[in-house]
Ligand binder design. Structure first.
Ligand SMILES: [Zn+2]
Ligand SMILES: [Zn+2]
Length: 251
């Protein structure tokens, strides 16, 4: 499947990520304030999506390190089917990561926290698909789509007298909790993925360079690497290995 078709097919599945809450409501972020909501002629508050107090944002600790949000104290398991759908959703209309777009090469998306194949093999340290800001933006888009669908369905139910007005807010809260328990599972899975894949290309080249004592082969690799845009940090590792080999030959 091409990157664009993969992105396109994912976009079509956005609305099926969290279809029907089946469990009791879980702890959840506060409902949007009245300032971000609007009243209907029927007299109930329709929440605006997204709310002004969005919990899906990155904060910083006292040392300036990025901290991903905790949006639910009852996260779904990282292997839960709904978590899998969420981390594999790609609702943003960006078929390629920034590196592949810049280089004009084919890109593909697997799931949040896993760099694309070209970035992996070229040793590029930062791929959009593993970038926490991009990932949270992706989750927000999935959420907003889900919340809008659910909100509109609840409003329709009220207007058609299938849902008492007094239960509207409660029903929307259930759906929010439903989503955020999945989102927390997705954040946890993203963390596992990103830790497992971080610098995997660079670490691989470092291991390969350390396992060869043929400086001429490494020099040919550097030449080829420059032509194929292997990341400079990889070329630096290879260069240092060549220097070590030459130094040992002269000593
Ligand atoms: Zn890419
Ligand atoms: Zn990439």
């Amino acid at each position: 499947m091409s990157p664009s078709s993969a992105a396109s097919s994912s976009m079509h599945s956005v609305h099926s990520v969290f279809e029907h809450p089946r469990s009791a409501p879980l702890p959840h972020p506060p409902l949007p304030s009245s300032a971000s909501s609007r009243s209907t002629p029927e007299g109930f508050i329709i929440p605006v999506v997204p709310s002004s107090d969005d919990p899906l944002v990155i904060s910083y600790d006292s040392r300036g390190h990025r901290v991903l949000p905790n949006v639910s104290n009852t996260p779904l398991d990282v292997l839960d089917g709904r978590v899998t759908k969420l981390v594999q959703e790609h609702p943003m209309v960006i078929p390629k990561c920034a590196n592949c777009a810049e280089q004009g090469i084919t890109c593909s998306y697997y799931e949040a926290g896993v760099p694309c194949p070209p970035c992996s093999v070229l040793g590029i340290p930062e791929c959009d698909w593993a970038d926490p800001f991009w990932v949270l933006e992706n989750f927000r888009r999935s959420r907003d789509s889900y919340f809008c669908d659910e909100r509109d369905a609840l409003v329709k139910s009220v207007k058609e007298n299938r849902l008492p007005v007094s239960l509207f807010e409660r029903e929307f809260e259930i759906r929010m909790s439903w989503f955020y328990s999945g989102a927390q599972g997705a954040i946890n899975r993203y963390l596992l993925n990103s830790r497992a894949t971080r610098d995997v290309g660079l670490r691989g080249y470092k291991a390969l360079a350390a396992s060869t004592s043929d400086a001429s082969t490494l020099l040919r690799f550097i030449t080829l690497g420059v032509e194929t845009r292997v990341h400079p940090c990889v070329l630096q590792v290879i260069t240092e290995r060549v220097q070590d080999l030459l130094a040992s030959m002269l000593s």
